[in-house]
Write a new protein. Structure first.
Length: 128
């Protein structure tokens, strides 16, 4: 994926997160929910970076997944949804890193079209 596509993926993720946070604060202003303060949402920056890496960088799924999961972990703690002590969370982080590394390997094995000059056209006799 080229740098233009990576920027587009990052903007998409950032736009979705901003829409969600903005809608949450509108609902708070209308009295429907208690969202807290804007400072309570700093972990969404980690979520944004993690998702952008997973979507925009072909070979950075593992690091993106780890950053994304850390963002979710910290965000849920900030919102008092639930808190898992780090001694219980870090094994899950190891599993996520392993899963991400496997995904990196599988994604890297897929041939890219550009490596083969686009779509191959096969003529009579099976030769291109």
């Amino acid at each position: 994926m080229n740098s233009y596509d990576r920027r587009r993926a990052s903007r998409l993720v950032g736009g979705v997160l901003l829409l969600l946070v903005g809608a949450l604060f509108v609902l708070q202003n209308l009295g429907y929910v208690r969202a807290g303060r804007l400072a309570d949402f700093w972990p969404l920056l980690l979520v944004w970076v993690g998702l952008a890496r997973m979507l925009g960088h072909r070979r950075e799924v593992a690091s993106g997944l780890v950053i994304f999961l850390l963002g979710i972990y910290f965000q849920l703690g900030r919102l008092d949804v639930f808190w898992v002590p780090m001694r219980l969370f870090w094994p899950l982080l190891l599993i996520a890193i392993g899963f991400g590394l496997i995904l990196d390997f599988l994604i890297a094995r897929r041939p890219r079209q550009a490596e083969f000059g686009g779509h191959a056209q096969v003529g009579p006799g099976g030769q291109s």
